[in-house]
Design a protein around this ligand. Structure first.
Ligand code: KE4
Length: 438
C-alpha cells in the first residue's frame, strides 16, 4: 500500500460523517464536489465536510476542529465569520438579496477598489475570478484588434476555454488544449511561456508582438504553490508590452489585498493596463472585478461595444461583504499585524523542517505562502514539479490529524488571516515538526 494510503488508514481521526456525506455527494455531483481541488485527490483520504468556521478555525461534521490555512482559497483574510462582515450581510439581506438594478453599494465598493489600485481608472464587478480574467482578455482583444494572448506555465487564471491551454511542443509554443472540450482553435490563440523566463518572453515578443493582444500574469504565482517573480521579470513584461502596444493584465485575484493592501502592483511598483481581482474583495461572497485604463474600460458595454454582463454582478449582499472586509483591511496596523503573523509562521516552519532534517523550500509573499518538499530553488512550473508529492501528502495528512488544515495539494498556496493568533502559529509549528519527522 502506498505511503499515502497507509497514512490515511492510520489517521486516528473520526471521519465517519464526512465519509458518509462524501459518498452521498458523489451520487449527485461530479466527484462529490463543486470545485475539483476540494476532493483531496492529490493527497488521498476523505475530504472534510465542514459544518462551521469561526476566526482561524473550521469545524467538520464529525466535530473535529482545525486551524485553517486554506481560508476558502484566499478570500477570508479576516478569518471565518468575522462579526463585522456577518452583521453587515444580515442587515443587508433584510432589504433583499438582489435587484438587478444599480445600487450605491456598487459605487462604494468600486471607489474603494480604485482608491487602493490607482491603475484601475474604471472597474466592472463580476461574480468570480474566471469571469474577471475572461472579460479582461476580451477587453484587451477589442482594444488592440489582435487575437493572441500570452500566459505562463503554472499560472491559473480561472477555467475559461482559452486559458485551459498548455505550452505546445512546437517551437512557436503554440498552445494545445489542457482539457477535453477546449477546441483546437481556442488553444491556437494562446501562447504559454515559462514563468520568470525573461529571455524566452523577449524573443516571443520580438517574433509575434503584432499579433498579441495581451500578456496575462499572476504577479506572484499562487497556483503552482507560491512562486515569486525574479528581479526584472515583471519590469520586462511592463517594458516590452508598453513598447509593442500589448495590454498587460495583472491577475491579482489571489494577490490582491494579500501581498499588500494595494496588491503586487503596489509591492513591485508596476502599473499594469488592466487588473483582475476576486476572493478578498467579496469577503467570502462571490465577487470578481476587472478594471484599468479608462481608454480600455470605456469600450465595455453599455458605454462601448464590448459585451459583458451578469445577473448577479454587483449584488447588494456581495458588495456589502466586500465593503465591510475592505473597511477592516484599510484600518491602521492591519498589514503590520498580518506581516508579524506571516514572519512568525515562516520562521517557525523553516526551523521545524531543519530540526526534522527534511529538505523544504518555503516561499512567502505577504500573507500567501507555500512549503515545497524539494531542495531545488523553485522559480517556475518545472522546478515546482521537482517537489515530492508523496512526501507532501504525508505532511498534509500528518498536519490534518494534528488539527491543522493546509491546502490539499503541493501546488496550492496557503493563507494567513487577521484571526490567526500566536498560539495558533505555535501549535502549527509544533504539528509541522512532528508531521515532517513522521
Ligand atoms: P474563481 O473563478 O475560482 O473565482 O477564480 C479563478 C482564479 C483566477 N486567478 C487566480 C490567480 C486564481 O488563483 C483563481 C482561483 N484560484 C483557485 C485556487 N488555486 C481557486 C480554488 C478552486 O479552484 O477551487
Amino acid at each position: 500500500m502506498s505511503r499515502k494510503k497507509n497514512l490515511e488508514k492510520n489517521l486516528e481521526m473520526k471521519l465517519n460523517k464526512s465519509k458518509a456525506a462524501f459518498k452521498k455527494a458523489q451520487r449527485f455531483m461530479p466527484g462529490g464536489v463543486n470545485s475539483p481541488v476540494r476532493a483531496f485527490k492529490s493527497v488521498g483520504g476523505t475530504p472534510l465536510f465542514i459544518s462551521s468556521g469561526k476566526g482561524s478555525k473550521i469545524y467538520d461534521i464529525d466535530g473535529n476542529s482545525y486551524i485553517d490555512y486554506v481560508l476558502s482559497w484566499g478570500p477570508l483574510i479576516l478569518g471565518h465569520a468575522p462579526r463585522t462582515v456577518v452583521s453587515a450581510i444580515k442587515k443587508a439581506a433584510e432589504n433583499g438579496t438582489s435587484y438587478g438594478a444599480p445600487t450605491k453599494l456598487e459605487t462604494e465598493l468600486a471607489e474603494m477598489v480604485i482608491q487602493a489600485y490607482p491603475s484601475m481608472e474604471k472597474v466592472r464587478m463580476v461574480n468570480s475570478g474566471t469571469e474577471a480574467t475572461m472579460s479582461a482578455i476580451r477587453a484587451a482583444r477589442a482594444f488592440t484588434g489582435r487575437d493572441k494572448i500570452i500566459k505562463f506555465e503554472g499560472c491559473y487564471h480561472g477555467h475559461a476555454d482559452g486559458l485551459l491551454v498548455k505550452a505546445g511542443s512546437g517551437a512557436m509554443t503554440l498552445g494545445v488544449p489542457d482539457s477535453p472540450g477546449v477546441p483546437e482553435g481556442y488553444a491556437l490563440n494562446t501562447i504559454t511561456l515559462p514563468y520568470n523566463d525573461i529571455k524566452t518572453f523577449k524573443s516571443m515578443i520580438k517574433k509575434q508582438w503584432k499579433k498579441i493582444a495581451c500578456v496575462i500574469v499572476e504577479p506572484v504565482a499562487g497556483n503552482m504553490g507560491c512562486v515569486l517573480p525574479v528581479p526584472g521579470f515583471l519590469e520586462t513584461l511592463r517594458k516590452e508590452t508598453l513598447r509593442s502596444g500589448i495590454v498587460l493584465i495583472f491577475d491579482e485575484v489571489m494577490t490582491g489585498f494579500r501581498v499588500a493592501f494595494g496588491g503586487a502592483q503596489q509591492q513591485f511598483k508596476i502599473k499594469p493596463d488592466l487588473t483582475c481581482l476576486g476572493k478578498v474583495i467579496g469577503g467570502g461572497m462571490p465577487v470578481g472585478a476587472y478594471g484599468g485604463k479608462e481608454e480600455i474600460m470605456s469600450r465595455i458595454s453599455p458605454e462601448g461595444p464590448v459585451y459583458q454582463a451578469g445577473t448577479l454582478s454587483g449584488n447588494p449582499i456581495a458588495m456589502t461583504a466586500g465593503i465591510a472586509t475592505l473597511k477592516t483591511l484599510a484600518k491602521k496596523d492591519t498589514y503590520k499585524k498580518l506581516k508579524a503573523s506571516g514572519d512568525a509562521l515562516e520562521k517557525g516552519l523553516k526551523a521545524a523542517a531543519k530540526r526534522a532534517r527534511v529538505k523544504v523550500r518555503f516561499y512567502r509573499a505577504g500573507t500567501m505562502f507555500c512549503t515545497y518538499f524539494t531542495d531545488r530553488e523553485v522559480v517556475d512550473f518545472n522546478s515546482a514539479k521537482t517537489a515530492d508529492t508523496e512526501k507532501f501528502a504525508g505532511y498534509f495528512l500528518g498536519m490534518l490529524k494534528r488539527g491543522i488544515n493546509i491546502a490539499p495539494s503541493q501546488f496550492e498556496s496557503g493563507f494567513i488571516s487577521l484571526a490567526h493568533t500566536s498560539k495558533d502559529i505555535d501549535k502549527t509549528v509544533r504539528a509541522a515538526y512532528e508531521a515532517m519527522k513522521e
